[in-house]
Design a binder for this molecule. Structure first.
Ligand code: DAH
Length: 405
C-alpha cells in the first residue's frame, strides 16, 4: 500500500475532495488487509498472535504516529504548507480526516481484540507465552492504573416511595397493573362515570392531544389525569375476584410550583369480589398507612365525592411529623398546617355505574362489590424526606439527588 501524502498546489474544493478521497481509499485498503490477513492465519499459534500485533502496530504507526504518521504529514504538508487564503478549508479537511482516521484505527483495534478474545475462548492458554508478552503487545494500555470507577446510581426518592407503597399492597396479595399514559376520553372519564360535560371533569385540568376534534368524544386522546382508567382496562381483561395496585405517571395542566407539577405520580388500588364492604376498605387502608408511616399513626375518613365511587371518602393520617399535636417543639407544624392531620388519598366503594361498563366480563353490580383508592406519590415523598419544593424531584440536579444515594 504505497500511499504517500501528495503535495498540494491546488486548494480548490474539488482538489481537496480528491485528496481526501484518495487518502480514505488507502486507509480502507489498509484496514481490510489488516483484518483479512489476520483472520486468514491459523490464530491459535503463538507466533501468529505476535505477527498480528506487529501488523497492527505498523498499521497504527503508519497512520497516526506523531512523528511521521499520515495525520502528521497532512498537517505539515496540506495545512502548514497551504497559502493563507486556503488555511480555512485545509484546516477543516485535516480536522475531518483526523477524526475519521482515528475512528478507523480504533475500530480496527477493537475488532482485532475481539477476534483475539474469540480465539482465546476457543483455545485457552495457547496465546501469549507469558504475561509479559501480553503486556508488551498491548502497549499503550497501562493495566496497572486503577480502573474507571463507574458511579453507582440510586433509586429516585419518588420511585423509592412508589416501590414502598406498592410493596405494602403486594404483601397483602395485590398484583401490579399498568396502563397507557396517552389515554382515551372513554377510559379517563366516561367509563369512570364522568358523563360528557359533567362539571367533575373540570377538577382535573386535562391536557388534550391536539387535532382530535373529528373523532367521537370517547375516542379522543388526552394525557391521563389519574391512574383510575387502568381500573377499567384491567377489569376488561381479568374477571373477578381482583386485587390490583396501579403505579404510574399522570399529567394535569398545572403550572409547576413548590407543590404542583404538570407530571406527577399516583398509585391506584382496586379490590373486587363478592361481599366487599366499606369495613374492608377501612381495614385495608388503615393497615397500609400504619405500614407506611409507622404503627402509631391513626387514620381518619371524611366524606367526599368522586364520580366513580359511592360513597367516597378522603383519608387523613395523623401527622407523622408532629405526632398529631400540630406543634413541633414551640414551633407550629407546617406540613400539617397545625391541624395534626395530613390528607393522603381518595377512596370509596366502586360505583355500580362503573361496573356496568364491564358487566359482560363478570362484574355484575348485583353480584360483586369493590373498593378503590388513589394517592399522589410525590407529595408523600416530599413529606417523607422533608423536601420543601416538589421541583427538586424533577430537575435532575445531581447535588440534590446524591443525598438519597
Ligand atoms: N382518581 C382520583 C384523583 O386523581 C383519586 C381517586 C379517588 C382514586 C378515589 C380512586 C378513588 O380510585 O376511589 O383525584
Amino acid at each position: 500500500m504505497a500511499y504517500t501524502v501528495p503535495k498540494l498546489t491546488d486548494y480548490s474544493a474539488a482538489a481537496l475532495d480528491r485528496a481526501s478521497a484518495e487518502l480514505l481509499a488507502a486507509l480502507e485498503q489498509d484496514v481490510r488487509k489488516l483484518l483479512f490477513d489476520s483472520g486468514k492465519r491459523s490464530s491459535s499459534h503463538e507466533a501468529a498472535w505476535k505477527l498480528r500485533w506487529e501488523e497492527w502496530k505498523s498499521f497504527r504507526d503508519k497512520w497516526i504516529s506523531r512523528k511521521s504518521g499520515v495525520l502528521t504529514q497532512i498537517n505539515d504538508v496540506w495545512l502548514k504548507g497551504s497559502p493563507k487564503e486556503a488555511k480555512r478549508p485545509a484546516g477543516q479537511l485535516v480536522n475531518d480526516l483526523r477524526k475519521r482516521v482515528e475512528e478507523e484505527v480504533a475500530r480496527a483495534e477493537a475488532s482485532l481484540t475481539r477476534s483475539e478474545e474469540e480465539d482465546q475462548r476457543a483455545s485457552p492458554g495457547q496465546s501469549f507465552a507469558s504475561m509479559d508478552d501480553a503486556l508488551r503487545t498491548l502497549e499503550g494500555v497501562d493495566i496497572t492504573l486503577p480502573g474507571a470507577r463507574r458511579p453507582i446510581g440510586a433509586e429516585h426518592p419518588v420511585m423509592r416511595t412508589m416501590h414502598e407503597i406498592v410493596g405494602v399492597f403486594q404483601r397483602l396479595g395485590y398484583s401490579v397493573a399498568e396502563g397507557p399514559v396517552v389515554e382515551t376520553d372513554y377510559y379517563n372519564f366516561e367509563a369512570l362515570n364522568f358523563p360528557p360535560d359533567h362539571p367533575a371533569r373540570d377538577t382535573q385540568d386535562t391536557l388534550f392531544i391536539a387535532g382530535q376534534q373529528s373523532k367521537p368524544q370517547r375516542e379522543r386522546l388526552l394525557l391521563r389525569t389519574h391512574t383510575s382508567p387502568v381500573q377499567i382496562r384491567t377489569m376488561e381483561k381479568m374477571r373477578p375476584p381482583l386485587r390490583i395496585v396501579i403505579p404510574g405517571t399522570v399529567h394535569r395542566n398545572d403550572p409547576p410550583d413548590a407543590s404542583h407539577s404538570p407530571m406527577f405520580h399516583q398509585i391506584e388500588g382496586l379490590a373486587v369480589d363478592t361481599n366487599i364492604t366499606f369495613g374492608d376498605l377501612k381495614g385495608t387502608l388503615d393497615h397500609a398507612m400504619k405500614a407506611l408511616f409507622g404503627s402509631s399513626v391513626k387514620t381518619h375518613f371524611r366524606p367526599s365525592f368522586f364520580p366513580f365511587t359511592e360513597p367516597s371518602a378522603e383519608v387523613f393520617v395523623s401527622c407523622f411529623l408532629c405526632g398529631g399535636s400540630g406543634k413541633r417543639g414551640a414551633d407550629p407544624c407546617r406540613p400539617c398546617k397545625q391541624s395534626g392531620w395530613i390528607e393522603v388519598l381518595g377512596c370509596g366503594m366502586v360505583d355500580p355505574n362503573v361496573f356496568e361498563f364491564v358487566k359482560d366480563n363478570g362484574y355484575d353490580p348485583k353480584k360483586v362489590s369493590g373498593f378503590a383508592f388513589g394517592m399522589g406519590v410525590d407529595r408523600l415523598a416530599l413529606l417523607k424526606y422533608g423536601v420543601d419544593d416538589l421541583q427538586y424531584f424533577f430537575q435532575g440536579d445531581v447535588r440534590f439527588l446524591q443525598q438519597f444515594g
